[in-house]
Design a protein around this ligand. Sequence first.
Ligand SMILES: [Zn+2]
Length: 356
Amino acid sequence: MTRPHILFLRTFKPDPLNFVVLNSLAHAVRDTAVIEIVGDLRDRVVMEASWREAFGHDVAMVDIVELLPSTREAWRRDVLSRIEAVDGVVLHISPKDIDFPEFPFGPPIYEMSGDRWEQFMDSPLARPITGRGLLREICYLNRLQRLPDTVVVCDARYQPTLDDLIALGGTMGDATDIRGNLVTPRLTAIDKQVGHLRKAYGGVTYRHPPNGGALLPEFAAALAPTLLEVIASHGSRERPTAELNNLLGTSATPRRLPPDAELKIVAFTNVEEVLFLPPGELTEISHKEMGQILNREAARLGCPYCRARLSEIFFFTRGLQRHGLKGDGERDWPNGICQVCGRKSSLFGDDVLMPQ
Ligand SMILES: [Zn+2]
């Protein structure tokens, strides 16, 4: 019988603890499962050194861990196809991916004193708290409906912050009081996306002391039963078969795409690079075409919220029929969704982008 496969995902590649977590994961499942990791040849060198530090020469890495070599270009496709195929996923969230110094609450939010709350409310909104790596992983796991088969692992020190983010991210929109003042912290859309993590199977934290070495036996012991549960429950859960090809590349013909499986024409941008894909039927508008109608100032400013460049915005019009952006007859009304801040803007007048 073939052993079940578990995919190890990391949100911040340079984190040296990635391989300590991987070793511990291998230790947890070594007789029952195969661990997959998508990486490059440099990873192999660091991985093998870390492995020898953890296990010496007694256990061969190749018996438990499978490194799936990938390139920068193919990486997204490779990860998507493995997410679809494996029996379970372990997602390692690195503290570097949650920008802690900028995030002014350590204790749970209900314990926050008045001063700190005000400080938080006054902090600027423009920069998302979470990093891109984390967002992309969550987006892919969510698109393929694999979060229920995912175990989230992170350093115990950061768990309260992550918990807050998950709880707050799940609350849609910013609540305001009667005068229009915000009463919820101003999370950006990217941070709200983290709320999807509440669908994960569960979380296990680890503690890595300064001279913690390359293996965390207690963490491995905690991880093992959780992973066995994930593997056991995976077969019994109904999951619609995802058409992986639909989730990759461009296509001039309509495809059923997330978040609602409506028909969408995404002909210019690889769909795996569009992390914020709007609901409803839509047709993508190219950056070239948008560049031709926006005035120079609007093109220079980019996203009206975060000033990301135009090339970072996914432009589209509702429906599957184009009418063009110019002329006196019926015209398309272009909308943009910024892939940096996740916010929506739309064409105002003939040549300006306005917040929506
Ligand atoms: Zn933006």
